[in-house]
Every structure is written in structure tokens, then in C-alpha cells.
Design a protein around this ligand. Structure first.
Ligand SMILES: [Zn+2]
Length: 300
């Protein structure tokens, strides 16, 4: 049987839904993956695993089944080499969205749910956890824009990639990893030779001190900008070209400086007034090769 790519409602902020169970697949470790036609659950992305999985429950025939993890699965064009095999996470040999493949949200259960294929499942995401992850994810994108702005004078030449506000896109050019949890987003940037070749300078010049010495001032500038955006209660929405898990979605935020856009597969706040505060902390590694930003949202 060919499974269709799962339709998802999390980009609009949904945390509940109802859908038919299409398949149940055994996973390693005695766990089981339930596939439904549609879902509000956000799975961990196998290509860019920045936002952790939603947790929650599936209820089938009055029986509540805890969803202990949520992963991205994929089935190849010929149904997989061993006939309909669902590959999971790192075992998927192609990049997210390969059109020949079906892309599935896998609701992971710790025990065998029995024969539930064809039944209707009521899906419910842990809304508290989702809200915290959305706040961290929105904070992560805002940090990117504020940091790009604060570091803009340090580019000696145009690196060929700018953000929505026309600043050199330090965030995407230097990004090593971006990880969110329910408390914060942690963005790690590599300040290596290739970034320097593109024109970024961490060394002191006539205009500014070394990056290490400028850190307190930079942090303050970023936090001032973040506070202004939170105070402006800017609206946030996700533009969705289609209902499929793999649709190329875009985060949009109506900031006072203009509309900001960033491609994004995660979940977000609806407006920044849902936050009481958003602050980042910048740290530079001892050898100066890595900049880490830990950005904490405080919810209103
Ligand atoms: Zn994102």
C-alpha cells in the first residue's frame, strides 16, 4: 500500500484534530509508529532537527494512547526495497521533500496499539509544551534578525546573502546548529576561515573593538531590539503553500521595520505580545571560533 504524504495543521497553530489511522509500523525497541492521513503533531525533522517533537495522545475507540515521540518517516517510490518499508529519521537516504517519496508524521507509541488501522483517531498535542516550543522558535528567528543587524558593520564586503531587512545574513552564513527546547533556543555560530573569507571580521578595526570585547555592547543592542519587537506586539503567521508535511512554509512577522520572512518548518506564536520578555545571552568560546546565543522567551 502506498501511503500519502501526511497533511499537517500545526503550521496554523492547531493542537487537536481527527483523522483515519492509515498504518501502524513496528519500530526498533518495541515501539510502534501510527500513521494518520492528517495530524496537528509536529514531528522532529530529519534534515534540520531544530524543533523537538510534539508529545500528546491519540484516542481510538475511547482508548487513550500516549504519544511518546513524533518522528519524520518516508516511504520510497517503489514502496521501499522491502515493500512498503517506512524509513525513519537518519535512515532516510534523501533530503526532506523529495517528490518521489511519501513523507509521514510518525506518532510513536511505547506499546502495540493492536489493530486500529481504518479507525478514527482523535489527536491531541500537549498544548503547554507546544506553546513553549513555539515561543522558543519565534525567539530564535527574531534573534537571527537582531543579531544580523548588530553585526552588520563587521562585514568588510557583501557576503552575497542578506536577510529580510537587507543586512548580511550572519545567522545563516555562520550557523552551525540551532536547537530549541521549552526554555530557550540555542544557536551556535562558527566563526571560521570561510566566514572570514566572505568578509566577516571579528578582529579589532578603527571602527570597532574585537568581537570578544564588543560582546556586552552587542548583547545590549540585540536585547534592545528584541524588547522593541515584543513591545510592538508584531503579528506572526506561517504562509503555507499546501497542506503536506513537506510544503515549503515561510515564517512571516510584521515588524515595525517591515515584514520579515524566513523559511521554516516549525511552529510559532501568533503575535509577539504573547511574550512578556525576550532576551539573549551571547557567549564566545575561549579560542574565539564559536559564538553561542541562548535566547529565552518569558511568556506573558
Ligand atoms: Zn524556524
Amino acid at each position: 500500500m502506498t501511503l500519502p504524504t501526511t497533511h499537517v495543521s500545526f503550521p496554523a497553530g492547531a493542537v487537536t484534530g481527527e483523522s483515519t489511522v492509515l498504518a501502524v509500523h513496528p519500530l526498533d525497541g518495541g515501539r510502534y509508529a501510527v500513521v494518520t492521513g492528517a495530524t496537528p503533531f509536529h514531528p522532529l525533522d530529519h534534515t534540520w532537527p531544530d524543533q523537538p517533537a510534539d508529545l500528546g495522545t491519540l484516542t481510538v475507540d475511547g482508548v487513550e494512547l500516549p504519544v511518546v515521540d513524533c518522528l519524520t518517516g518516508a516511504v520510497g517510490p517503489d514502496g521501499g526495497s522491502d515493500g512498503g518499508a517506512v524509513l525513519v529519521g537518519a535512515d532516510i537516504p534523501v533530503r526532506r521533500g523529495d517528490e518521489e517519496w511519501s513523507w509521514l508524521v510518525l506518532h510513536v507509541l511505547a506499546a502495540d496499539p493492536g489493530d486500529i488501522v481504518g479507525r478514527t483517531a482523535a489527536l491531541a498535542v500537549d498544548a503547554g509544551r507546544r506553546g513553549a516550543l513555539s515561543a522558543s522558535h519565534s525567539g530564535c528567528h527574531l534573534l537571527a534578525l537582531a543579531l544580523n543587524e548588530a553585526l552588520a558593520p563587521r562585514w568588510r564586503k557583501d557576503p552575497g546573502r542578506t536577510d529580510a531587512f537587507g543586512h548580511p545574513d550572519f545567522d545563516s552564513l555562520a550557523m552551525a546548529s540551532s536547537v530549541m527546547d521549552t526554555e530557550a533556543s540555542t544557536d551556535t555560530y562558527r566563526l571560521g576561515k570561510s566566514l572570514r573569507k566572505k568578509g566577516f571580521t571579528a578582529e579589532p578595526t578603527e571602527e570597532f573593538p574585537a568581537l570578544a570585547d564588543a560582546l556586552p555592547e552587542l548583547t545590549e543592542a540585540v536585547n534592545r531590539r528584541l524588547a522593541g519587537w515584543v513591545a510592538a506586539d508584531a503579528a506572526v503567521r506561517i504562509d503555507v503553500p499546501g497542506p503536506e508535511l513537506t510544503a515549503r512554509r515561510e515564517w512571516n512577522c510584521e515588524l515595525p521595520e517591515g515584514a520579515a520572512r524566513i523559511f521554516c518548518g516549525g511552529t510559532h506564536l501568533h503575535h509577539l505580545g504573547e511574550l512578556a520578555e525576550l532576551r539573549t545571552e551571547l557567549r564566545l568560546s575561549e579560542d574565539g571560533s564559536e559564538l553561542v546565543a541562548v535566547t529565552r522567551p518569558k511568556r506573558a
